[in-house]
Unconditional design. Structure first.
Length: 181
């Protein structure tokens, strides 16, 4: 008897849960690549984002990300960034397809190293000296993003972005997966 009550209550709770209205919040993670500077670095980029849909036309979104590169003019580079973006969906977010254009502010902490001297020692071995640089910068984001809803909660999208900083620029493409809370 206890099992029957448990099974009935579980089935009723599932049916009630399925009728629940979807939240205006969703989380998204993305991965891709970006070009730092004038192509000095090719980064492997990762990003996390929380979106709040204000209405069918406007969304706001804080995000943060990091990237690493071991390919480019310099030997090693990485960055962390935090963004606050506002999006406009010019064709209306119809909850199946959402094409949106975003603008926002960004903070970047950028680190890289490079070899600035190399000496051959008397025993034939090479000795290198490296310079390690860390810069912090503020800038603006320009984003074009298209997201498609696969299931009522699962989202898949593509994001193209340019981040213009005072002393740097970063542009790239990310593939994103999201979940509506």
């Amino acid at each position: 008897m206890k099992q029957l009550i448990f099974i009935l209550s579980a089935l009723l709770s599932l049916s009630l849960f399925s009728q629940e209205k979807l939240s205006k919040f969703d989380i998204r993670i993305g991965t891709g690549s970006s070009f730092g500077g004038s192509g000095d670095f090719i980064f492997k980029t990762f990003e996390n984002e929380l979106n709040y849909r204000i209405n069918n036309y406007f969304t706001m979104s804080p995000s943060f990300g990091f990237a690493k590169s071991d390919y480019g003019v310099y030997n090693l580079g990485s960055y962390l960034h935090g963004d606050m973006n506002f999006f406009v969906s010019p064709f209306k977010n119809n909850k199946f397809n959402d094409f949106r254009i975003g603008l926002g502010a960004s903070f970047l902490e950028y680190s890289y190293s490079y070899e600035y001297s190399r000496t051959t020692l008397s025993n034939g071995e090479e000795y290198s000296r490296y310079w390690f640089v860390t810069e912090k910068d503020f800038g603006l984001n320009l984003i074009f993003e298209n997201t498609v809803r696969i299931t009522p909660r699962l989202l898949v999208g593509l994001k193209a972005f340019t981040q213009m900083y005072m002393n740097n620029i970063n542009s790239g493409v990310l593939v994103k997966v999201g979940y509506t809370l």
